[in-house]
Design a binder for this molecule. Structure first.
Ligand code: CAA
Length: 290
């Protein structure tokens, strides 16, 4: 069951190192089932996943990813959920791949077992995901935040791909997504030097959609946006996410053709009739998600 606005969990101060507080358990992804995450449904239609490994600054390791993927899939398949928010603590979104977990791996371990392949399951989630980044988002943490559909951060956020300092390179898409987001020269500089980008700079360079003054405002802002998205037709939202993502893979001409086909297809949905009729009759649309 979803909870109302009146029971929002973020009215009080953001706890510095602790993850976000739980308000109501989701029937889709029960909080009790997770050790390294907090999973809640703080707003109508919104699933919130909070990394909960404070002692390791939310360093990303295999058990956490098993849980994250399960929580994402549960929300993705829940008819109650329309959008998700992914966040960490005020100190760290995630300080990267767990260096202690991977330091002794051999090439055969990494290549043979497709190490970190499962980190990209987020890419297969069909509902919109917003990352709300506070504190460190380094290495795999930065890469995971960039896999989300919308990125928000607070001014105090720190983005970086410091793998070069460990004798490796980004391995979860950082070299590709960061380059597309902020351009080759700046991405190259960050990846080759290991230098970080502040939250403020991330906003200026278009890595994130919005920069907030505080961690609290960042999470609240992400929840506001997720709630707004969740209030629309799920069919239209799904189609919108799909066509925007296609722009990353297709040339402009093919992308526009794809968009047109999907646009035409939506005239077969009930929600297109509901949305346009409601506008013409000056009423609020009551979506059926069909
Ligand atoms: N892996 C494992 N443990 C980590 C970690 C990581 N990536 N980042 C932080 N921790 C642990 C620390 O070891 C420390 O644990 P102990 O108390 O048991 O020693 C705890 O978190 C707190 O960290 P610090 O004491 O270092 O905190 P700090 O405030 O002094 O520094 C920091 C914070 C700058 C984020 C620093 O911890 C740091 O540089 N972390 C590593 C960042 C990094 O290199 N990330 C990239 C990893 S590689 C990767 O992600 C590959 C990929 O592309 C998939």
């Amino acid at each position: 069951m979803l909870c109302s606005r009146a029971t929002r969990p973020f009215a009080s101060a953001f706890v510095r190192t602790a993850p976000l507080r739980v308000v109501r358990h989701s029937s889709a992804a029960s909080e009790g089932a997770y050790e390294h995450l907090k999973v809640t449904t703080p707003r109508p239609g919104v699933g919130l996943i909070t990394f909960n490994r404070p002692k390791a600054l939310n360093a990303l390791f295999t058990p956490l990813f098993h849980e994250l993927n399960a929580a994402l899939r549960a929300f993705d398949s829940s008819p109650e959920i329309g959008a998700m928010v992914l966040t960490g603590s005020e100190r760290a979104f995630a300080a990267g791949a767990d260096i202690k977990e991977m330091k002794d791996k051999t090439f055969a371990d990494a290549y043979g077992a497709d190490f970190i392949e499962m980190w990209s399951d987020l890419m297969h989630i069909k509902k919109p995901v917003i990352s709300a980044v506070n504190g460190y988002a380094l290495g795999g943490g930065c890469e995971l935040a960039m896999m989300a559909d919308i990125m928000y951060c607070s001014v105090g956020a720190t983005f970086g791909q410091p793998e070069i300092k460990l004798g490796v390179i980004p391995g979860a898409g950082g070299s590709q997504r960061l380059t597309r987001a902020i351009g080759k020269s700046k991405a190259m500089e960050m990846i080759l030097t290991g230098n970080n980008l502040s939250g403020k700079e991330a906003g200026e360079r278009g890595l994130v959609a919005k920069v907030f003054d505080s961690a609290q405002e960042c999470v609240d802002g992400a929840l506001d946006t997720a709630e707004k998205i969740a209030s629309y037709s799920k069919i239209a939202v799904k189609a919108a996410k799909e066509v925007v993502n296609k722009s990353q893979d297709l040339g402009v001409r093919e992308g526009i053709e794809f968009e047109r086909r999907v646009f035409h297809g939506l005239f077969g949905s009930k929600d297109q009739k509901i949305g346009m009729t409601a506008f013409a009759e000056k009423k609020k649309p009551q979506w059926t998600h069909e």
